[in-house]
Design a protein around this ligand. Structure first.
Ligand SMILES: [Fe+2]
Length: 141
């Protein structure tokens, strides 16, 4: 049974972004499963790697949309993305080197960050995309 779940209140109204967010929540749930097997488990590394890759791809997609619509909040939103990626890459390096193990605290931080970011920044972005494009879904980058 899933511990980490995407929920309807997180829907932003842009299909590509919502699909990505759902995929990210599924990965966070799989990461939680891998940690349950054992924090030093060999299963944690690959799931964390997949999560980092997907997050980077997803952020690029959002940033592409922002440039497409000339989004005024681009710099602030991208700075948030860059900050998280930097932090997660550092964490990943420390996990790989064995300096730290993936903890529930870190997992909770990632889940809370994503949830808060979606509610505060991605909803604002998605409503701007709808306002600019008239609700027409744009091609995925
Ligand atoms: Fe975002």
């Amino acid at each position: 049974m899933a511990v980490v779940r995407w929920s309807e209140d997180l829907r932003v109204g842009n299909r590509a972004i919502d699909d990505d967010h759902q995929a990210l929540f599924e990965m966070l749930d799989r990461l939680h499963d891998a940690m349950r097997v054992g924090q030093g488990s060999s299963a944690v590394g690959p799931v964390l790697q997949e999560l980092v890759r997907y997050t980077e791809m997803h952020f690029r997609r959002e940033e592409h949309y922002m440039r497409q619509i000339g989004y005024a909040g681009y710099a602030a939103h991208k700075a948030e993305h860059d900050r998280l990626i930097r932090e997660v890459r550092e964490l990943q390096a420390r996990c790989t080197s064995g300096a730290v193990t993936m903890s529930l605290k870190v997992h909770t931080f990632l889940t809370d960050w994503l949830r808060n970011h979606i509610m505060a920044m991605d909803k604002q972005l998605a409503s701007e995309i709808v306002a600019v494009s008239g609700g027409v879904e744009r091609a995925r980058p």
